[in-house]
Design a protein around this ligand. Structure first.
Ligand SMILES: [Zn+2]
Length: 323
């Protein structure tokens, strides 16, 4: 069972409801708690007989700028930030790696930033967080990759030499991602500053490694671990659905990069998404599934605790953090 400490933060300003495009107050649970718990390096959840860990790899405050949300004005974003109790000149993001303890092994879901300077100073803390959580890196036999952006795969490779950090683990990733990032001419597409050199680095590393297993579609990758396709943020991105003992936990990668502790409107089109329109459609589908199937859902870049549940609320959603 989850150990839940909940704090309700009801949005008081009428303007805030308008900002979210919904017709009545929404309840954010956990925003205040999230700020207090940012220094905690990990969270632990139980899904049947599978243990799920949220491991902090790093954090960053990204200066707010016009166009960050393509179809929403900057003032509206500021209202959302203030309503959630944050300064309105920057968006707080986290880099969180998920891990599973299955009966016979530890599984990582994505690998974090690897401390690559492009993601800011002080990141690449995955191993420290693993130690704090009692997760043994030597027990990692499988690494499931959601998509091939640097903040999800640079933890697989040494920053100077590109040598594998987990040479004995099998790396399981969506074939569509590998195809896209290795297709002719991809390195000349401008995908923003954090993706500079990414395609070349993928081609020099992951694409050549013998311990990489690409998959198509939505297979069961491990007992109780299924794939759910989620294209948009990256062309072949997938999410991972953990099911055990009648419970389900969706590790949703970058389905939404702006934490639902701040806002939950799936229509907000984020500039960070490679195909913002498709990302918004995927997001709505995933949120609706989370409501219908009562999923616990986590996100890589959400505030801690980075897992919780969605409920329909008016024409929008309410997020309740857990843990
Ligand atoms: Zn990411």
């Amino acid at each position: 069972m989850f150990e839940i400490s909940r704090r309700d933060l009801i949005l008081g300003a009428t303007g805030a409801y308008a900002a979210f495009g919904i017709d009545r107050p929404i309840t954010f649970v956990g925003a205040a708690g999230a700020q207090q718990s940012d220094t905690q390096p990990f969270r632990k959840y139980k899904v049947g007989d599978i243990e799920v860990f949220s491991l902090i790899d790093g954090m960053r405050d990204v200066p707010l700028r016009e166009g960050m949300v393509r179809n929403v004005g900057i003032e509206q974003v500021k209202v959302a930030l203030r309503a959630a109790g944050f300064p309105d000149n920057q968006t707080p993001i986290r880099f969180i790696v998920m891990a599973l303890k299955l009966r016979d092994q530890v599984v990582l879901i994505d690998s974090g930033t690897g401390g690559h300077p492009i993601y800011g100073q002080g990141n690449g803390r995955l191993f420290e967080s693993m130690a704090a959580a009692g997760v043994d890196p030597k027990a990692i036999k499988t690494i499931l990759i959601s998509h091939l952006h640097g903040d999800h795969i640079y933890g697989l490779m040494n920053n100077e030499t590109n040598a594998q950090v987990f040479p004995d683990a099998e790396i399981v990733l969506p074939a569509a991602e590998l195809r896209w990032w290795t297709r002719p001419g991809v390195e000349s597409i401008d995908l923003g500053p954090t993706r500079k050199g990414l395609a070349q680095r993928i081609q020099a590393t992951v694409a050549t490694w013998k311990n990489v297993r690409p998959f198509e579609g939505e297979p069961e990758l491990l007992p109780g671990v299924n794939v759910v396709q989620a294209p948009g943020h990256s062309p072949g991105m997938v999410t991972h659905l953990i099911a055990s003992g009648g419970r389900q936990f969706l590790i949703s990668a970058d389905v939404v990069n702006l934490s639902p502790h701040i806002q939950t409107n799936p229509e907000w089109q984020l500039a960070i998404d490679q195909d913002p329109q498709m990302a918004a459609e995927t997001r709505k589908k995933i949120f609706d599934r989370a409501v219908a199937d009562k999923l616990t859902i986590s996100g890589t870049h959400w505030l801690m605790p980075n897992a919780g549940t969605f409920a329909k609320d008016g024409s929008g959603y309410a997020f309740a953090a857990e843990g």
